[in-house]
Design a protein around this ligand. Structure first.
Ligand SMILES: [Zn+2]
Length: 164
């Protein structure tokens, strides 16, 4: 008798083909979910796997310089979607003072702060255009600054190019 079970992703009933422990049906969507879940877990718990993956993507980036820059330029919805998701993550993880703007007294950050690596904290900042040293408050822009972790400098380049 054939034993059907429910797919862990789409919940449709299916008959395991080769592996009796199979938890996902063979639809490509569900198989993709299975694989990415596996990779995510492996990445989280297996330092060797993590190191191998990092080395491999480093080699790949070296072999394919500018790939992501071109990809993003050619796929604006993809870039916009990523930006949106990053903004969501920034909001979730923002641990700074509330509201996330500097108070009047400390409104002007030391300009050195932006030249030192690791001294810029991710968060929401006001970008205030200066004209002849005067502050043009009415034109202040709110910007989000995300800190790019070490090893992602190349990605940083990409972001700079696509956001400007
Ligand atoms: Zn399924």
């Amino acid at each position: 008798m054939e034993r059907k079970r429910a797919c862990k992703h789409c919940h449709r009933l299916f008959i395991p083909v080769r592996n009796p422990q199979q938890q996902f049906c063979s639809r490509s969507k569900c198989q993709n979910v299975r694989k990415s879940t596996w990779r995510r877990e492996k990445h989280k718990h297996d330092p060797d796997y993590r190191e191998n993956q990092n080395q491999a993507s480093k080699r790949w980036r070296k072999k394919n310089p500018g790939y992501w820059r071109h990809y993003r330029a050619a796929h604006p919805p993809y870039t916009e979607g990523n930006r949106y998701k990053q903004r969501q993550r920034n909001q979730v993880f923002y641990k700074g003072p509330e509201p996330p703007y500097p108070s009047k007294a400390s409104q002007f950050a030391n300009s050195d702060a932006l030249t030192h690596k690791n001294s810029v904290k991710a968060g929401t900042y006001q970008l205030i255009p200066l004209s002849y040293g005067e502050v043009a408050n009415s034109d202040a822009l709110i910007v989000n600054i995300s800190v790019i972790p070490r090893g992602y400098q190349q990605m940083g380049e990409v972001c700079k190019h696509t956001t400007l």
